[in-house]
Design a protein around this ligand. Structure first.
Ligand SMILES: [Mg+2]
Length: 369
């Protein structure tokens, strides 16, 4: 199976409601789509969301990295020589893990198709179903409580609340949501780097003293502030999950070795795809540190790749793959089934993606042999 063409396009899918965090507000998913065509007719699919506010990777940056560097590194090569191909993607350009992730997952898709095996089984996985949380955007306390009740009515039993816009309000936000949903719903919170270390400890301990029962806090402090992250981990009763602080496997090793966080959030767009995500999962396993699998605002192609990883790795115990259910429609054929909180991986070969609704895909560029 030889790669004969690299195609880039863009999909645009409206969200059900605007997505608001401490860093940004978004109304649509507008992601770069990668198609790798081969001489057997098999097509591998990949996707990358431009999440400039988190990764720095804009649409132009993702397209440029693939057009100018990555496409040339893989075109004409045999999929069967798989690891060198994955390494060629990682080595083709500095940074831009989102572009690398999109191409990396398309390669896994092809490799699975070549040997007619779903990727999660190729990785040794047993489970076929996952249960995801759903994100509640940051708003005033009453709006967040209303949104939380709607999510529980849709069947979700785990909510991820975005906080950190005006930290003085965060305890009120959580109190309003906890009162609205009762004690049985799991609540995790994501501050998206909004707090100082001392502020984080004060807010978190106040929340726990008030009996608000937080499962974990995601990225309380600035991404680069590992000392601060470690301070919060040591001084708060709430487990701390590193998100923006851990992009690469090297970042993960540093956090594991310094015990700067209790948990790691793996996202394909941060680490550059499945190849590196597997390294993070293995390192975390060695340290006995559980992982969350997360996503950006993504449609189903890239989240589907994360589903395969999560089904394969038991160290991934927390599932935050709500991208597709935040979208108001699904223009992707095949792949995992997202039925509100229940995700079922497909047993099709590779990643199981069959195609993209034509009117949702705008072609941008292609390079052929
Ligand atoms: Mg996060």
């Amino acid at each position: 199976m030889k790669i004969t063409k690299v195609k880039l396009g863009r999909i645009s899918v409206p969200l059900r409601t605007p997505f608001k965090t401490a860093l940004r507000t978004v109304n649509r998913v507008e992601d770069v789509i990668v198609e790798l065509h081969t001489d057997t007719g098999a097509v591998g699919y990949g996707e990358a969301p431009p999440t400039g506010a988190v990764t720095g990777h804009t649409t132009g940056a993702i397209l440029g990295a693939i057009q100018d560097h990555i496409a040339g590194a893989i075109l004409g090569r045999e999929v069967d020589a798989f690891e060198p191909l994955l390494q060629a993607v990682q080595g083709a350009v500095v940074g831009n893990s989102s572009a690398k992730a999109a191409v990396d997952m398309a390669l896994w898709d092809l490799y699975g198709q070549l040997y007619r095996i779903p990727v999660y089984k190729l990785l040794g996985g047993g489970r076929r179903q996952l249960v995801t949380d759903i994100t509640i955007s940051v708003n005033d306390p009453q709006t967040m409580a209303d949104d939380a009740v709607k999510a529980v009515e849709r069947g979700y039993d785990c909510l991820k609340m975005k906080v950190g816009v005006d930290p003085a309000l965060d305890t009120q936000r959580l109190r309003a949501v906890r009162q609205a949903v009762g004690p049985d719903t799991v609540i995790r919170i994501d501050a998206n780097q909004a707090w100082t270390p001392k502020q984080a400890v004060a807010i978190l301990n106040q929340m726990q003293e008030q009996g608000l029962m937080i499962e974990l806090v995601e990225q309380p402090v600035k991404a680069h502030d590992l000392e601060g992250l470690r301070y919060v981990t040591q001084h708060s009763y709430v487990p701390v999950l590193a998100d923006e602080a851990v992009f690469s496997p090297e970042d993960a090793m540093t956090i594991l070795q310094t015990r700067a966080a209790d948990l790691l959030n793996i996202k394909l767009m941060k680490c550059g795809g499945l190849y590196n995500a597997l390294k993070i999962a293995s390192a975390a396993e060695v340290y006995g540190v559980e992982c969350m699998i997360g996503c950006m605002l993504e449609a189903k192609i890239s989240v589907n790749a994360a589903v395969h990883l999560a089904c394969a790795k038991s160290i991934i115990t927390k599932i935050d793959l709500d991208g597709p259910v935040l979208c108001s429609e699904d223009p992707i054929f095949g792949g995992a089934v997202f039925d509100e909180r229940r995700i079922t991986v497909s047993d099709g070969p590779g990643l199981g993606i069959l195609g993209i609704q034509e009117d949702r895909l705008t072609p941008i560029w292609e390079l052929s042999l």
